[in-house]
Design a protein. Structure first.
Length: 295
């Protein structure tokens, strides 16, 4: 059996659009739609069945939400943290579920066989899978995080979010002054801001795609070894590693977005903390201890 590893996602269907444009439905895009549908259904079920005494499913969801909320508020403060929590929480939950789709049975093995000329076309498009006697398997499903288009789109969303946060905190001119302090650092700051798009997208894509490739190779080795203890243990070890790496990569992407937003709106954040401390000090000074009125 010969394995084919493709960096780019495979096209499943092509839909012609107006103006000669073509909408290509890739296997990663199809998996992304399924992940979104799963999260929408899960959220609807939990919201409709929410009770004062939570059940098992509601308890798990509340634990995840409380963990993310405490992380966001601890980093950005309560006021700013509550504003950006939906974005940070949504990114983390979507990315971790998308990462874990690569561990499901059938991902990379369920697909469409192409024969003859279609097999040559599929191979030229970079089909990921196995080739048997002139036939090439094009998988129906691929983890969205293993597609650079998907990670780049999420990185652009994060980039727009912390730019909007910076402009909202300082204004357009204030945002420029915030980056140009001192002025000769402005070009470096611009390059640094743009490099965040590259770092966010390529870090997530590289780690998840490398994990998928490694798992594919390990499955091939296990298949060659047949049914032995070594053939069963090798894939299991790497599956557990992928569970860990999937969580870490989702957390890194969400935390970096959180930090970038907090840094972009740092002035507003600091003023909010100072105002809260001043109100707290004034309140303490007006408080009269019990038992002192009769002295």
């Amino acid at each position: 059996m010969e394995l084919h590893i493709s960096v780019k996602p495979e096209t499943l269907w092509s839909l012609p659009l107006f103006g000669g444009l073509t909408l290509r439905i890739t296997n990663s895009f199809l998996t992304m739609l399924l992940v979104m549908l799963f999260l929408i259904i899960l959220g609807s079920i939990v919201a409709r069945r929410a009770q004062l005494v939570p059940g098992r499913l509601q308890s798990v969801v509340e634990m995840v939400v409380e963990f993310l909320l405490s992380l966001v508020e601890g980093t950005a403060g309560k006021k700013l943290g509550r504003r950006i929590f939906p974005l940070i929480g949504g990114l983390f939950i979507f990315i971790i579920v998308a990462n874990y789709t690569g561990l499901l049975p059938g991902i990379g093995t369920i697909g469409i066989w192409h024969e003859g000329k279609h097999a040559l076309v599929a191979a030229s498009e970079g089909a990921t899978g196995a080739e048997h006697g002139g036939r090439t398997l094009v998988p129906l499903f691929r983890p969205p995080s293993a597609d650079l288009n998907m990670t780049l789109a999420m990185a652009l969303i994060s980039y727009v979010a912390f730019q909007v946060a910076g402009i909202s905190a300082h204004g357009v001119w204030g945002r420029i002054k915030h980056m140009a302090n001192p002025p000769f650092l402005l070009p470096i700051e611009i390059i640094s801001e743009l490099s965040r798009i590259v770092s966010l997208s390529f870090r997530l894509f590289g780690n998840i795609f490398a994990g998928e490739t490694l798992l594919t190779v390990m499955y091939g080795i296990a298949n060659a070894i047949k049914i032995t203890v070594v053939g069963l243990v090798i894939p299991v070890i790497f599956l557990y590693l992928e569970v860990l790496f999937g969580f870490i990569q989702a957390l890194i992407f969400a935390v970096l977005t959180l930090i970038y937003i907090a840094l972009a709106s740092a002035h507003e954040h600091e003023e909010g903390h100072e105002a809260e401390e001043q109100r707290g000090t004034a309140h303490d000074s007006r408080t009269v201890p019990l038992g002192t009125s009769g002295d």
